[in-house]
Design a protein around this ligand. Sequence first.
Ligand code: SF4
Length: 370
Amino acid sequence: MPYRKYIPEKIIVEKRVWELPWTQEILSRMKGLPVRKISTIEEEALACQKAVISPEESLKTLALAQQSGKFLKPCPGTSNYVCCGYYFLNIATNCDVNCTYCILQSYLNIPFMVVYTNIEDAFRETDGVLGAHKFPLYRIGTGELTDSLTLEHITHMSEKLIPYFAQKKNAILELKTKTTQIENLLHLEHNRKIVVSWSLNPDEIIRTEEKNAPSLKERLDAARKVDAAGYRLGFHFDPMIDYPNWESGYKDVIGRLFAAVHSGNIAWISLGALRYPAQMDRLIRERHPESKIVLGELLPGKDGKLRYFRMLRQRMFRKMVDWIHSHDPNVTVYFCMESPEVWKYAFREQVLQKCPLPGMLDRSVFEWAK
Ligand code: SF4
């Protein structure tokens, strides 16, 4: 199915953000859609729950709301696995790409596509954190609770975030996406302080498990343009999925990736194998009956999530590391939420002893950390 940008059927706006400039800017792009002022999105979510409105139907509503909690939070990581020391800037939540394995379907209480338009508060808060400590260095992403660019045509969020982070000495912003919404980025001054990242999978997996997302070719074409605009790039093979042709499928993606972009611009490539909380199994079967991922052999890991057994993960990662480094041995590869044993097997040595993961990633993007 060709990729279609998200278009809401209606917009709800919390009264307390109605006057904010970003709220009005977004509304001006969405003229013609029904708009309703509301008290809070929590109240609306409760009403949806009572009326038993399906998650698919609720997602057709775009909500403009106030972030009342913290915008900037450290990644919670997961117990017993190696953590990369990342921060999330939560300016939007929820996602229309509808991947079968997406963790959001199991834990978001607000069923709408939400944008927190009090972005000046986000900048104030981030200024406070970054200004208070010159070190550590901050790697910050907006893609914890959403795809970083899926609402770009509506919000033009990149035009706010990129000029802000371009000026920061001790922070890098990562925009992580599966979409091709990069046109707004191409004319912005980024000062090499932004990493634009794509999650990749073979087309066989995209067709069944990432149905509303652009094809591999479309994602790599977008990456090529962003590469030409001088941005740093990231790639995430997460989740990697075990299927009969996984070796040829993933090897082919690696070859196409290195043919598409300059490897010297790649900040990092992460690898992570399919994993999800046990309670998501039923949800996936109900919502995505055609999905193949629940057919794999998954066992509870040290963090309680279902995962492929270790031998399989190790084999997948070792192959991937070898394929990646056969194209460029200097590209930084890391694993998301894996044990030190898996690291050692995949790299054939304990690379973490030479440099812990946060330092390894800092050195990839901060010149003075090298
Ligand atoms: S693109 Fe990311 S956030 Fe969106 S549905 Fe897929 S996994 Fe979830």
